[in-house]
Design a protein around this ligand. Sequence first.
Ligand SMILES: [Zn+2]
Length: 416
Amino acid sequence: MPAHVILALCMLGFAPLICDAQRLSPLSEPPQWDRLDRFQESITHDEFVALLDSVYAPDHASWIQIAANEVTILENATNRFVLQFAENAEKRRRVDRYWTSVADLRSDDQKPLSGLKIALDPGHLGGQWAKLEERWFQIDSSMPVAEGDLTLRVAELLAPRLRELGAEVVFVRSKPGPVTSLRPAQLKFQAIASLLDRGVVNMLPSYSGQADPNRELSVEWEAEKLFYRIGEIHARARIVNEQLKPDLTLCLHFNAEPWGNPSLPILVKANHIHLLVNGAYNLAELAYDDERFAMLVKLLNQVYAEEAGCAESIGQSIAAVTGLPPYIYSGSNARRIGNSGYVWARNLLANRLYECPVIYIEPYVMNNDEVFARIQAGEYEGLRNFGGKMRPNIYEEYVTGVVNGLVEYCRATRRK
Ligand SMILES: [Zn+2]
């Protein structure tokens, strides 16, 4: 590679294989480690170790070294950050954060969600972008299924229901399309760096469609992925953390099983639900300076109790209205938490970067044959028969499950 390209890549911080002083995930800025200073003496040794071992990173090697009074974290290849523990629970210093715990709200029998600011984050882009982001399929002349449009519709129906119950509701995305102003054509240079980081040396400039087996080696596909999967989430994180500052973010999704060719998709029998909270960082992820930093922000903000409690409640209520079984991860990238079986910890870009409690909701397999039929049926009134069971329309069922779970969680958790 020419020297000027290497230099430029190093200056942008995108080439960890070339310059090893910092290691950053694509499109990430170098972390400002002094931002962790506000957490000095805010957590005890035992609380820190419990969260690290049971939720975030039981296997953290030498990135994080714990002593009796302090923890030392590697910032990069040369620097270290030291966080002092609180001597005991009484001596914990209070941390200012932009969100309020439900446990700190007074109980309100009339409006169980009063005082709570909820951000709705409809997953994906939808609209004209649904094909590019590979969240689109169509059977013959049926209505195309685009996850980003389904999630937006759920958010639109969910918002007034939450407001009736006292919540302030804001949208991270309120129309089809991206919130980022970045576009794939602007990300070619970063795509090359990202491919190099993945060890791709023989890269191709472009690809010939979703069926192209070599598309993952192309700069064009990588730039598109950086746009809708990385740049878009960074933009949403800025909206959440700097503008909306909610107490809770609900990331609304539908799940899917591999469907193959989007114009000739495979319908499956599998159907399930799961919810995700942030956690389960592996060593490869911790090796990125920005991921290590973001994990510590999540841990030290102590969002876990809210994320886990709320996810458990919403998981149970959606399961009760849908009858769906829990999805079970087979790989090592997720860790089951709680008792219901529906909630998993997983390190995703959005639940890592949004600093408030974040819950990913993943009900329904869109290419399950019954779910597909229900999506085609749209928003009807009353009940209809699907597979021998009378069911409300799928959006209504999704919304009812979320509302019931949130209300239950808030009623049980608010201060009496
Ligand atoms: Zn999704």
